[in-house]
Design a protein around this ligand. Structure first.
Ligand code: KIV
Ligand code: ZN
Length: 517
């Protein structure tokens, strides 16, 4: 279908390269499942050669995937390609995505290779991929800063060697929409075998133009958009899936293009990602931010009452912003809880179900009705946490505005399986908690960021705290949720310390953009 756009989601690969967005295996599996529900055509599950952890999670995602295509990224090198195939081959529809830089700058300084050698590497690499599968994507890294005619030679060669998708990335977010559209049109028109491949774009957001550049390229013949949920990704991120999908849907009259994204799943997908990586959705974020459908001014409100279309170009329902739905409460039975989690896309074992069931009951004692977001936060807390070196048992805090009586925290926790308790002071209650916990685990991390957000509305809502800490050159993000925001703070801090400890143990993983070719 000439007017069908394929959505290639790279949240689990490029998205995971964004600072603080690291996910564990279970979290990746949950998100992968959601990408299928969302109607993504191809998901890039990771970069298998970068670490054993990445290999395992790509393999597991491939094994569990349904009809969605599962891609793995690899450099144009035999070892990487073989490893990638080993991981993705378990999918019903596997894809190998290989890449090599083609700009003069990258070839000279990053690869230290002559263009003719680069062409030979592309030919050999793509041929090797094609020996495994006929679903091969080749990316010309830094395409937007490459010589146009060289790019045509690269494209022609990659297609001749077996690539069925050609991706032309704006790797550093440098391109401008008209200029980028012109480049894509030029390559399509000047590559003799262009009709044998799908053209794709992958735009970064360094100048805030990732979505605009993606749409401009689709207008002139690209038919695959590489995007991420909420636009997360390396540096300023990638083109955001929800914005590209809704621009094509709302302005179908302009683009004349179709896609298979179930737009009602956009908000649930962004919300799931936000909970998983502990980064709140900014309130002014297009499509999914809290203010995206809020009308503040009197004139706008008046217009809306007369006819919604005066100020609303899409409905909240069309992007899945329904008023939060039913609801588990104190009296819900085990089956209702199981069904609800299944409906939300979580496959829980009996043991996990028991754990969340108890947590649901405890939370329902504090809060009358639990919404979907509460339940998602709960699974995140109870099931998806990485195995903890440090485990918080209880925290008690004394706050005070009387001079000379500093806020005090007392903490009971397990440190490497040994129960210990300690008390201490701070400038404020959060400072007191963090001081005590840091002291107990024998660390002095710098707190780079502390954010608090309420998961639903109402004063009895769960508070969601996210912290980012740094020590010895490693950063880690932690997240905690609880109706008491000080408990949520303590949980978030302990969670970050666990991530930090894990990171130090594994060493920083190899990310493709830093990798030597
Ligand atoms: O930004 C980029 O060029 C990439 C490629 C590996 C596709 O992420
Ligand atoms: Zn990228």
């Amino acid at each position: 279908m000439a007017n069908r756009v394929y959505f290639f989601d790279t949240t689990l690969r490029d998205g995971e390269q964004s600072p603080g967005a690291t996910m564990n295996q279970q979290e990746k599996l949950r998100l992968a499942h959601q990408l299928e529900v969302l109607g993504v055509d191809i998901m890039e599950a990771g970069f298998p050669a970068s670490s054993q952890g990445d290999f395992d999670s790509v393999r597991q995602i491939a094994e569990q995937a349904g009809d969605i295509q599962v891609a793995g990224l690899c450099r144009c090198m035999d070892g990487d390609i073989d490893r990638c195939w080993e991981a993705v081959k378990h999918a019903r529809h596997p894809r190998i995505h290989t890449f090599l830089s083609t700009s003069p700058l990258h070839m000279k300084y990053k690869l230290r290779k002559d263009p003719e050698i680069v062409l030979q590497m592309i030919e050999a690499g793509v041929r090797r991929c094609a020996s495994y599968t006929d679903n091969v994507e080749f990316s010309a890294e830094d395409a937007s800063r490459s010589d146009r005619d060289f790019l045509c030679r690269v494209t022609e060669l990659a297609i001749r060697s077996g690539a069925t998708t050609i991706n032309l990335p704006d790797t550093v977010g440098y391109a401008q929409p008209d200029e980028f559209a012109d480049l894509i049109r030029y390559v399509i028109e000047h590559t003799p075998n262009a009709d044998k491949a799908v053209f794709s774009v992958h735009c970064h957001n360094d100048l805030g133009l990732a979505v605009a550049n993606t749409l401009a390229a689709l207008r002139v013949g690209a038919r695959q958009a590489e995007v991420t949920i909420s636009g997360i990704g390396e540096r300023a991120g990638n083109a955001s899936l929800e914005e590209v999908a809704m621009a094509l849907r709302v302005r179908q009259d302009y683009y004349g293009l179709e896609h298979g994204i179930q737009t009602e799943q956009l908000y649930p997908s962004c919300r799931l990602l936000s909970m998983t990586i502990g980064q709140p959705i900014p309130s002014n974020k297009a499509i999914v931010g809290a203010n995206a459908f809020a009308h503040e001014s009197g004139i706008h409100q008046d217009g809306m009452l007369k006819n919604r279309e005066t100020y609303e170009i899409m409905t909240p329902q069309s992007v899945g912003r329904t008023s939060t739905n039913l609801v588990i409460g104190k009296h819900s039975g085990r089956n209702a809880v199981r069904n609800k989690f299944e409906e939300l896309g979580y496959k829980l074992s009996e043991e996990q179900l028991q754990t969340v069931f108890e947590a649901v009951k405890n939370l329902a004692d504090l809060k009358k009705t639990l919404h979907d977001d509460d339940l998602m936060a709960l699974v995140q807390e109870e099931i998806y946490r990485i195995p903890d070196r440090f485990r918080l048992r209880h925290v008690s805090v004394q706050s005070s505005d009387a001079g000379g009586v500093p806020p005090t925290a007392a903490v009971l926790m397990d440190v490497d399986g040994i129960e210990c308790s300690r008390a201490g002071f701070g400038v404020g209650p959060v400072d007191a908690i963090f001081n005590v916990i840091a002291d107990m685990v024998g660390r002095e991390p710098e707190l780079e960021q502390y954010a608090i957000n309420s998961i639903t509305s109402g004063t009895d809502a769960l508070g969601e705290v996210t912290v980012r800490i740094r020590e010895n050159g490693h950063t880690a993000v932690g997240r905690g949720a609880h109706p008491d925001i000080l408990v949520a703070s303590a949980r978030a801090y302990v969670n970050a310390l666990n991530h930090l400890a894990k990171k130090e143990k594994e060493g920083e993983r190899l990310h493709c953009q830093h990798a030597e070719q």
